[in-house]
Design a protein around this ligand. Structure first.
Ligand code: HEM
Length: 453
């Protein structure tokens, strides 16, 4: 099927004909559970298991593996492996090809893999993206691997110091804001909260480490983001599988599908979007609460207590009334969420020049070239690690190799740009202001475009 979907799908009658070698999304099947009212990570994982049909095992390319016993000793942490397998009815197992390819730059994982081989898969992969040996992604990965051997790892320490410093700033400004009952300092605290959460995101991509918990400071969960951001958004950006698109629907509709958004959604969203941004932190927590009650399964972990660290410190250091503390805390969380949302939604994907599901692109696109086509990077932060870390900067390289610390990415830039040139893939950059305008234009866009390399 070239331009339609197997299984459930929306009305695509308004789409231009794709033709035999073009497609409008990277998967064959319309993602199961995508349109459930609660866009939870558990629904996403269940839907992916159902659609991947990995025959009860883990799939990588066209082979099936049993990683049950390996999970405990996986150097990146057991969670990654556990998240990707749980059975649902007679469909089970997950295709982890993209996760495996992007999370292991060295050859250790690849050499270990045959130990867990069970059998060849009987069905083709649901995802159309390819990893050919001499294609863009694998070529770049080989060159990055060589470059990593020559690289200076010392700057990684700067990333750690930045997150530590930001955490201290959050707690200090939170206490001061309550003591002086100053909403101006509260606003400063909110900026620090947003910066801390974004900088901590660098660490949730890596092997388990304590700084990933800083991501939970204001109600988000590093564990859930390992699904909605790492496994969904990073691996399948701007596609139907991207939770950072589906989670905002029907309020913010970034896909250019005329039949899925009315004029109010296209243009009204320009005005109500800031309120949606302000509600991201709290609504994620509420969603987990409601999911726990409705499914009768506890979705909470000990680290979900981390958001209460801020009010606890406010209370411990101030004689102010509980009412004042609660008001200030709520203000900081709402404003922190607003900054986080505005920075995140304009970081690099929602731009009319970026490829989205519904646009036309080649059927067997290289994974790396697809990633390149879905990004328009915000310029103006390069050269400052603090700015890069706190604004989702260096978006191209980070998307392609998410486990690499942002601090070392500049050392890989030359090899990256040379490989891009060789494969005719250009970096696209845009200013903060034009990125904001472009994001609104993308909300309004309904006309599909054709991919051009
Ligand atoms: C869902 C799939 C998987 C994910 C998301 C994942 C994720 C990760 C992460 C985040 C790291 C740490 C990388 C770093 O901080 O540099 C890692 C390391 C590693 N993983 Fe995985 N992994 C997956 C599957 C596998 C499989 C199937 C194997 C092998 C059978 C494997 C073997 C390894 C090895 C050997 C390392 C250490 C890499 C090194 O030292 O070079 N992983 N993985």
């Amino acid at each position: 099927m070239a331009d339609g979907f197997e299984g459930k799908s929306p009305n695509l009658s308004a789409r231009p004909a794709a033709g035999p070698s073009y497609t409008t999304d990277i998967t064959h099947r319309y993602p199961t559970f995508r349109d459930e009212p609660f866009k939870t990570v558990h629904n996403w994982l269940d839907g992916k298991r159902y659609d991947d049909g990995a025959e009860g095992l883990w799939r990588i390319n066209d082979a099936l593996y049993d990683l049950e016993d390996f999970a405990r000793t996986h150097p990146g942490g057991a969670e990654w492996i556990h998240l990707t397998k749980v059975t649902i009815g007679d469909r089970a197992g997950t295709d982890i090809t993209e996760a495996f390819e992007t999370h292991h730059i060295g050859r250790r994982a690849e050499l270990l893999l045959p130990k867990f081989f069970v059998r060849r898969a009987t069905q083709p992969r649901n995802c159309r993206l390819t990893f050919h040996e001499h294609g863009f992604y694998r070529t770049l990965k080989r060159r990055i691997r060589e470059q990593l051997g020559r690289m200076d790892p010392a700057p990684k320490e700067h990333s750690r110091r930045i997150v530590d410093g930001l955490l201290v700033c959050v707690l200090l400004t939170a206490c001061l804001a309550v003591r002086l009952q100053s909403y101006a300092i509260g606003l400063l605290c909110a900026i620090c909260v947003s910066a801390t959460v974004i900088a901590a995101h660098n660490f949730l991509h890596q092997r388990d480490n304590w700084r990933m918990y800083a991501f939970n400071i204001a109600f988000l969960s590093y564990r859930e983001w390992r699904v909605s951001h790492v496994m969904s958004h990073h691996l399948f950006p701007n596609s139907l599988l991207d939770m950072e698109i589906s989670a905002f629907e029907p309020f913010l509709c970034y896909l250019p599908w005329a039949d899925l958004k009315n004029s109010f959604q296209r243009y009204g969203s320009w005005f109500y979007e800031p309120f949606i941004c302000g509600s991201i932190f709290l609504s994620e927590y509420l969603k987990r609460l409601m999911d726990s009650f409705s499914q009768g399964k506890n979705r909470f972990h000990l680290d979900d207590l981390i958001p209460f660290l801020m009010p606890a410190v406010m209370y411990a250091t101030n004689p102010a009334s509980i009412g004042v503390i609660l008001q200030m805390w709520l203000f900081v969380v709402l404003m922190g969420s607003f900054f986080f949302g505005m920075i995140g939604l304009t970081a690099g994907h929602h731009h009319p020049k970026a490829l989205h599901s519904g646009d036309l692109f080649p059927n067997d696109m290289d994974f790396g070239l697809y990633q390149m086509a879905t990004i328009v990077e915000r310029k103006g932060v390069e050269g400052s690690l603090l700015k890069v870390l706190t604004t989702f900067g260096d978006h191209y390289l980070h998307h392609l190799f998410p486990t690499l610390d942002h601090a070392i990415l500049p050392q890989l830039n030359d090899v990256f740009l040379a490989t891009c040139e060789e494969f005719g893939a250009g970096k696209r950059l845009s200013s903060w202001f034009s990125q904001y305008i472009a994001q609104n234009l993308q909300l309004a866009r309904v006309r599909a475009k054709k991919y051009q390399s």
